[in-house]
Design a protein around this ligand. Sequence first.
Ligand SMILES: [Zn+2]
Ligand SMILES: [Zn+2]
Length: 343
Amino acid sequence: MFDSPHRRFNPLTNEWVLVSPHRAKRPWLGQVEESPLENLPQYDPSCYLCPRNERAAGIKNPDYSSTFVFNNDFAALLADEIPSPDSSHPLLASVSERGICKVICFSPRHDLTVPELSLAAVENIITTWTQQSVELGATDFIQYVQVFENKGAMMGCSNPHPHSQIWATEHVPNEPAKELIHQRSYFNQHGHTLLSDYLAEEHKRKGRILFSNDHFTALVPYWAVWPFETMIIAHRNFGKLADLTAAETSALANIYKRVTTCYDNLFKISFPYSMGFHQAPFDGQLHPEWTFHAHFYPPLLRSATVRKFMVGYEMLAMPQRDITPETAADRLRSLPELHYKQP
Ligand SMILES: [Zn+2]
Ligand SMILES: [Zn+2]
């Protein structure tokens, strides 16, 4: 049986699925019943992400004091040369997929999520993502660097210690590949970027905007699928974390902390979500069509426990939502800016 990482082509949808057969046993620390992000200790001796603790294969974490980056011990992708899988028929197409998976701990504190960290600490996280993106993006076989944060057991996060991941891959994955096609065709047709034109329209209308600072705007996109889905969009046109100026790095930290604070305040819980940056591909080409942005996909709908499921019609036909993006934006915008845990 072929047991190296590879991607398989779905000819019905023209999309790919990543298969990681070697990734058998991953540790699971998340407890699903209660909100596992409440009342955590500052240090957990059984956590494989806390400073000084042991990870897989007996590797010991350093006594780190800010961010801490390591290669994922249970990586879905491997950097080694791997054989190509046998594609015996055009309808059974697959190609090998090399890649590098990293874990980035936000801080030594087991109990502090982004909205609870200082602005300087959040800025440091962004600087770490930037450095990692530059390094991974310069690797010869890498074409895409996906930075993402999975927060909460509800999102399948296996450890409550605040952390994010980077998966850097040999091919551009489905979502950024689709966004590349549509941003490029818009740019070629109009001479400006799709997201800068979109942002200008949203600023005229105001209804879906949560807040802005000098360099970024947070909003509920017009086409949002998840109940409280948001995007952070850069005001200036650039494609990558590495293009951030010092002022933009601070501004991104500011808005990332504000969005996540707003989320926590919505139901007064540590709010679960999947978040990630969409940078331009690392394919050696210029990407004037690309506007750097982030997506937040939170599953919660009405309370700490009532979530939106993407099932039935959504799986088989198309996404559907009840609460409108405008109502979601109103609710998020009306929340206090101070985190609910702060006195
Ligand atoms: Zn920990
Ligand atoms: Zn995107």
